[in-house]
Design a binder for this molecule. Structure first.
Ligand code: AKB
Length: 319
């Protein structure tokens, strides 16, 4: 059977890159994009697009009837900082959205489902350096609590209903095609835009707050590889630790300044500092490496070079 893919939440930071990559591989008509945002002529030109709310189970059912997907990427979620502002909404979107999508996938015999988890599943009592795959997990944000509960349901749906869900714990993701929205790691994208616009950035995290991060190309590679891996290679049915690089705002700004002399950073911290301090600084991803051959291509230096090059080509910073 030919692959037919549906991406839910295709207009977000990951969805934008994932849709472009999958359409390049499978052809534009075999990758259906959907999001709560309305369609536009520009979007329809790129391939099939459906306006869809993941809380509306009947609407998901209709879209699945229309396209008969073999693989589904469910990316729609509320990230850490926004979910702290709207806890009930965050919980409902992240959990009820997941149940709707998983149930409809089961009803339609979808072969594989991807669902993203996050480093937010860890908490203040988790070992912060080289955080193991299995350890204490006591998240204290709504986003982290919803992601940890979601991971348990990934395993549950696989064990009880045979739904083949795959998942990875995304670190902070850095890409140029789309900006993130409402996350704690968002500074690591914003800093590049401000570097090109005014060669200066005011960071909302303290300069020594190290967090796990990853360049978007690596995240897309991991997302597709874990989803397409043979089922018997997937030994972790909750969610895989995944590591690309780790740095704090000071180290990132020094690398930007090395490639773009004169760049300066200062800090004006807000509530996101507390969230960041409850998360790991670096991640042990040996299970992903051993089970399905994960390894990242980008390090700090190559990621910074690529971000500055791509954003400059897009015209960021040129009037
Ligand atoms: C966030 O900052 O909320 C996300 C994440 C690490 O899951 N980028």
């Amino acid at each position: 059977m030919a692959e037919k893919i549906i991406i839910l939440g295709s207009e977000g930071q990951v969805g934008t890159d994932l849709a472009a990559t999958l359409r390049g591989v499978y052809g534009k008509n075999n990758v259906v994009c959907s999001d709560i945002k309305p369609g536009t002529e520009e979007k329809y030109d790129l391939g099939p697009y459906e306006e869809l709310n993941v809380l509306d189970r009947d609407a998901i059912d209709q879209v699945f009837k229309k396209y008969k997907p073999t693989t589904v990427y469910h990316l729609a979620a509320m990230l850490s900082a926004t979910a702290e502002k709207f806890p009930r909404k965050g919980w409902d979107l992240n959990m009820e959205g997941m149940f709707s999508v998983f149930d409809v996938c089961g009803d339609h015999g979808v072969k594989r489902v991807f669902w993203p988890s996050s480093i937010a599943v860890f908490g203040p009592n988790t070992p912060r350096l080289n955080t193991p795959q299995f350890c204490v997990m006591d998240p204290n944000t709504i986003y982290g609590i919803s992601k940890l509960a979601g991971e348990r349901f990934c395993e549950y749906y696989f064990e009880k209903y045979g739904l083949d869900v795959r998942s990875i714990r995304y670190p902070g993701l850095i890409g140029w095609k789309a900006k993130p929205g409402g996350g704690t790691t968002d500074y690591a994208v914003d800093i590049f835009h401000q570097a090109l616009i005014q060669n200066q950035y005011t960071c909302f995290l303290k300069e020594d707050t190290a967090l796990p991060m990853m360049y978007m190309d690596d995240a897309i590679k991991a997302t597709i590889n874990v989803t397409e891996a043979d089922s018997n290679l997937i030994k972790v049915r909750s969610s895989y630790n995944l590591s690309g690089m780790s740095f704090d705002p000071k180290t990132l700004s020094e690398e930007i300044a090395r490639q773009r002399p004169g760049f300066l950073i200062d800090c004006d911290i807000d509530g996101r500092q507390q969230i960041a301090e409850s998360w790991p600084q670096s991640i042990d991803d040996s299970s992903a490496r051993n089970d399905w051959g994960w390894s990242p291509d980008f390090n700090l230096e190559t990621m910074v070079a690529e971000m500055l090059k791509q954003l400059s080509t897009m015209g960021v910073g040129s009037n």
